[in-house]
Design a protein around this ligand. Structure first.
Ligand code: BES
Ligand code: MN
Ligand code: ZN
Length: 481
């Protein structure tokens, strides 16, 4: 259920609200208007340094978040998001539809992070449920009373949450209802809402343009591939050259003829998590009207073992003319990204960033806890990317990108092969992509965080919308320069 966040100074007469006070350890408690019993209880919990204290429902749900001021800025922001997630479950359990945050600590960000944590954890994917209405979270509105809140920041938050929810919806949608064509239609539908120009290349066009990698992966499929171009070009952009985002849009990855076992295939509707991230990010940037020129490129197809499927041993001529020996059809993400990356050069970009659920190796290396990255952008850019990752707690881990890894891609008969050796699988995938870049570039492997089986606080479970908040944060910071 999506929530609307706003500055709502007064509570409405007779409406049921859940209230969360943000206080400091030494705050005076009289403003909370607690009963003597509640106050004693709160004091005892403060002694134990409890961060979120629930005061039960006397007349409404009431909880207090206490700041002990011990954490560094990054950990603190994350702690408040998680606190928001805990509060969200209390509110929904009490079947209340409005949550009010009353910030008595005059914090700059805490109220924002709590509101973000609440709204992100209120997400549900119920469209295939018979009892949809019954299961729907009651929470609908978050009202904020905070010294540092503003309509602008509320708007930012609403746009960010809407973007993350869209990405999650896309990832959670199965391939039977979201094939490559549908994914492109989704881009068109949302693009229109936000003032983004959307163009879709169909199969005929892709054949004419010789998108060899994308067409090869699609050759076992009954549904055609698409290549979607979303462009958001505001009048007063801070950048002369666009930032280009590329997202892996494998709407389903069976592995192709190099078929995956069922246990690795069952979550592979999520293999368009990179596409979802860049689509949602450009949507977020446009709905916030950020003064940044952004382009998103989405190569999309399913990867299946059809009669005409590309086969191990095939040599494929890519969009940029390089010839690739395919030794594993399950290394399909790099095949479709390569064409998109080569195409990106047309924009003479300031920076190209690709996002992909690319390798099991990246997921094995760091799990769901961060984003693996590597690339050729200059150090200053990498630093600002890492700063964004920290701010939203989608932390970046930069992998080595030494040229020795490139040697692992040498083919006996073609310019390169599509798989490396037994080590550094995430890196050789990145090195493969590097062949198709000719501009400052970063590659982000989100195979770990994009789709999770268990519940992880405000990230929810299943599609998480990984990298959306990271990208929006980066574009927001870029807009300020
Ligand atoms: N989509 C998968 C990567 C993946 C694995 C994403 C697990 C999310 C969770 C990708 O297309 C793939 O199959 N990669 C292979 C590459 C290998 C054949 C070189 C892999 O990682 O095993
Ligand atoms: Mn694969
Ligand atoms: Zn894949």
């Amino acid at each position: 259920m999506s929530v609307k966040i706003g500055t709502n100074k007064k509570s409405q007469e007779g409406s049921e609200e859940a209230v969360l006070f943000l206080i400091k350890k030494n705050s005076k408690l009289d403003e909370l208007r607690l009963s003597a019993e509640q106050e004693d209880y709160l004091k005892s919990q403060i002694k134990k340094e409890k961060e979120l204290v629930s005061l039960g429902s006397m007349d409404k749900v009431c909880a207090v978040a206490v700041d002990y001021g011990k954490k560094d800025a990054i950990a603190r922001r994350e702690a408040y998001r998680k606190l928001g997630a805990s509060f969200c479950s209390m509110v929904n359990a009490a079947e209340v539809n409005t949550a009010r945050i009353i910030d008595l600590s005059d914090s700059k960000n805490d109220w924002y992070d709590v509101a973000e944590g609440i709204s992100l954890s209120n997400y549900q994917f119920l469209k295939y449920r018979k009892e949809e209405e019954k299961e729907r979270n009651p929470l609908e509105t978050i009202a904020v009373q905070a010294k540092h809140s503003s309509d602008e920041r509320m708007h930012e938050l609403n746009c960010t949450v809407a973007s993350v929810f869209w990405a999650r919806d896309l990832v959670n949608e199965p391939v039977i209802t979201l094939d490559a064509l549908k994914l492109s239609e989704e881009a068109e539908r949302m693009g229109e809402k936000a003032g983004i120009k959307v163009e879709v290349f169909n199969k005929t066009k892709l054949e004419a343009l010789k998108f060899g990698g994308l067409l090869a992966v699609n050759s076992g499929s009954q549904t055609p591939p698409t290549f979607t171009i979303m462009e958001y070009k505001p009048k007063k952009a801070v950048n002369d050259k666009p930032i280009v985002l590329v997202g892996k849009g494998v709407v389903y990855d069976t592995g192709g003829l190099s078929l995956k076992p069922t246990s690795s295939m069952d979550t592979m509707k999520s293999d368009m998590g990179g596409a979802a991230a860049v689509m949602a990010a450009i949507y977020g940037a446009a709905s916030m009207e950020l003064p940044v020129h952004v382009v998103a490129l989405i190569p999309a197809t399913d990867n299946r073992p059809g009669e005409m499927a590309y086969t191990p041993g095939d040599v494929i001529k890519m969009y940029n003319g390089l010839q690739v020996e395919v030794l594993n059809t399950d290394a399909e993400g790099r095949m479709i990204l390569a064409d998109a990356l080569a195409y990106a050069a047309k924009y003479d970009p300031e920076l190209v960033m690709d996002f992909a659920t690319l390798t099991g190796a990246a997921a094995m290396a760091i799990g769901q806890y961060g984003i693996v990255c590597m690339g050729t952008a200059e150090e200053k850019v990498k630093q600002s990317l890492k700063k964004s990752g920290d701010e939203v707690y989608e932390r970046l881990v930069e992998f080595p990108f030494w040229d020795e890894y490139k040697d692992l891609l040498k083919s006996d008969i073609a310019d390169m092969k599509n798989i490396g050796g037994p080590v550094g699988g995430a890196i050789t995938a990145g090195k493969f992509l590097e062949h198709f870049t000719s501009y400052p570039w970063m590659h982000f492997d989100i195979a770990g965080p994009a789709y999770i089986k268990g519940n992880d606080s405000y990230r929810g479970k299943n599609g998480t919308g990984a990298a959306v908040r990271f990208l929006i944060n980066y574009l927001q910071n870029r807009a300020k320069k």
